[in-house]
Design a binder for this molecule. Sequence first.
Ligand code: C6P
Length: 418
Amino acid sequence: MSPTSHAATSPALDVQRVREDFPVLHQQVNGQPLAYLDNAATSQKPRVVIEALRTFYEHDNANVHRGVHMLSQRATDAYEAAREKVRAFIGAASADEIVFVRGATEGINLVAQSWGRANVRAGDEVVITHMEHHANIVPWQLLCEAVGARLRVVPIDDRGELVLDALGDLLNDRTRLVAFPHTSNALGTVNPSAEIIRRVRAFNPTIRILVDGCQAVQHTAVDVAALDCDFFVFSGHKVFGPTGIGVLWGREELLAAMPPWQGGGDMIDRVTFEKSTWADLPNKFEAGTPHIAGAIGLGVAIDYVHDLGLDRIAAREHELLEAATARLQAIEGLRLIGTAREKVAVLSFVVDGIHPHDIGTILDMRGVAVRVGHHCAQPVMQHFGIPATVRASLAFYNTTEEIDRLADGVAKAISMFR
Ligand code: C6P
């Protein structure tokens, strides 16, 4: 949580003005103004994204890559323009490396089933970490069970940081892939991705590396070329875009060598009953009608984030993280789960003697939306010996008043249950 690393180079965000961009924020919930503190689950959508969806369906709706008519051409142009925006957003070399998927979950499953089945054999090993979202555990488990490979896990410490030195002990000549989250959804930990990748590359440059960027791209600039990973995934809905659209980026030579994952329209070159051949990248991995409007909306969300400036977003969120950490830490009996030195504004916590669901319900009654549960990261809960946490996850449009309401709500819950 070093403030200097988040210093903004441009003027601070005008939060009240920015909040005007998000219609959903301006409502009452249970008689109180909504304080939406569940941004790690899904973030809210600025009006420009909502309008882009409406404009697409009102003016341009047609299928892509299929029609010679004007609407199909417009839809195709807008869909491919969105792909180019994603390419620039994550620093990919070519738009052919950008595969539109349903979300991070589908992106990881695609790699596990396509690359994994072609490259991971009995006795091989796949390394993940103890802080994964289930989306970066179960697809690898399914692969390992199917081919007889072994899943290895990099441990975490009590701050919620990876025990990096253990990585060296886990790598060996059977390791085929290392997958890890850029940022943990349950703990907020920002992992030293570049350092992890450097260590894996130094050990054996043929080990493939997948980075789960689902909790990263909305908080910080990501450049896949500089990172030097092989695969990178994220979900549109966490970066202020629509649900149902996400991105898998892969190195072109890897994607080109991988077999298709799903078969159907738009992913073929030629089909006969004897044999079919495949379309070029990225279409080979986009069978069927894609989420055209979703991709276009994601492109607009990326423009929006770009216009605000990720440096300003990071600076704002860092202020909120510091304010929220101070407020919550001052509450007697409250334990923060995830106190890494580098964090995004995710605050997971438990309170002695009160179930997280009770706290979540009381907060909801006060208009404060948080997530309670295991956050699809059960191994994290197992590490800390708890069934669940309350998780407040902040975005740049949140305010210190909302943090005060969170802290007051927790204090109220304590007074009711003790
Ligand atoms: N985490 C959360 O509340 P999908 O569901 O495919 O959009 O994203 C899956 C996923 C993968 N990796 C990480 C690190 C994630 O945080 C998520 C989604 C949400 O924490 C919903 S479970």
